[in-house]
Design a protein around this ligand. Structure first.
Ligand SMILES: [Zn+2]
Ligand SMILES: [Zn+2]
Length: 252
């Protein structure tokens, strides 16, 4: 199946609740794990294994210089992502966030955990920390999608979940209208440490997507102030260059 078909592969998305793989629609339950078939899981994981990803922020650069992470604080050591934010991959996270499809957290969280293992950092992670929503948004939605993903990842990696390490302090101007520098400024004071101090040196931050990285950087700065030495991030999807899509077409 080529990338074009993938993009229009909405079989599973059209039949929620059926035991079908949300990517290819196959029903063979023996290869079905965490809501996705093993064939699709390994195809999806092969995307980020190719050497066309920025090793620092996970942007799908296709070998070009990464436009994303030049001005990052050192608090955020490395971020990995599973897929480019496009097509069926965008649909899946969109449905988790906005269409109450909480079951999507299983395949997505599972693949995110696999990506963490592929990056070779699974063993050193001591706690899994979801990026919080601000309270009003969480009440409105009824759940925090990053927490759902973090739960699955914590289970898969067998690492403790630290769900209340951070809170989001105040309402901020909507991010979408802002550039990279403004987003960082906008989020500078948005997060606050809320957990009890823990003797933890290395954490994995979990968010649904990474765009400029401002959210994860802000969270990492707060955790670093609390003495956490190594902070990694994992997201389902990341930005990509147009070249990336051309390469993907040849590989999958
Ligand atoms: Zn499948
Ligand atoms: Zn980068």
């Amino acid at each position: 199946m080529g990338w074009k078909e993938w993009q229009s592969s909405l079989v599973g998305l059209l039949f929620p609740g059926k035991k079908v793989c949300p990517i290819c629609g196959q029903k063979k339950t023996e290869v079905y794990h965490k809501g996705i078939c093993q064939n699709c899981a390994s195809r999806i994981l092969s995307i980020s294994k190719m050497e066309i990803v920025c090793p620092r922020c996970g942007f799908f650069t296709a070998g070009e210089t990464c436009p994303n992470c030049r001005y990052w604080s050192n608090a955020l050591f490395q971020v990995g992502s599973v897929v480019p934010y496009e097509g069926v991959f965008r649909e899946m996270i969109h449905d988790l966030k906005f269409n109450r499809k909480k079951e999507n957290a299983y395949p997505l969280g599972y693949l995110m955990a696999c990506r963490v293992k592929d990056l070779g950092i699974a063993d050193i992670i001591e706690a899994v920390v979801p990026v919080p929503l601000y309270l009003g948004r969480e009440i409105e939605r009824g759940y925090n999608q990053s927490l759902l993903l973090a739960q699955v990842i914590s289970e898969e990696l067998k690492k403790p979940l630290w769900p209340n390490a951070l809170t989001r302090k105040h309402f901020y101007q909507t991010q979408t209208v802002l550039g990279r520098k403004d987003r960082l400024e906008n989020l500078k004071d948005a997060f606050e440490f809320a957990g009890k101090e823990k003797k933890v040196r290395c954490v994995l931050l979990v968010d649904d997507i990474i765009t400029t990285g401002a959210t994860l950087v802000s969270c990492a700065n707060v955790l670093e102030e609390r003495g956490i030495k190594r902070i990694y991030g994992i997201t389902w999807a990341a930005g990509y260059s147009v070249k990336m899509m051309e390469k993907l077409e040849n590989i999958i």
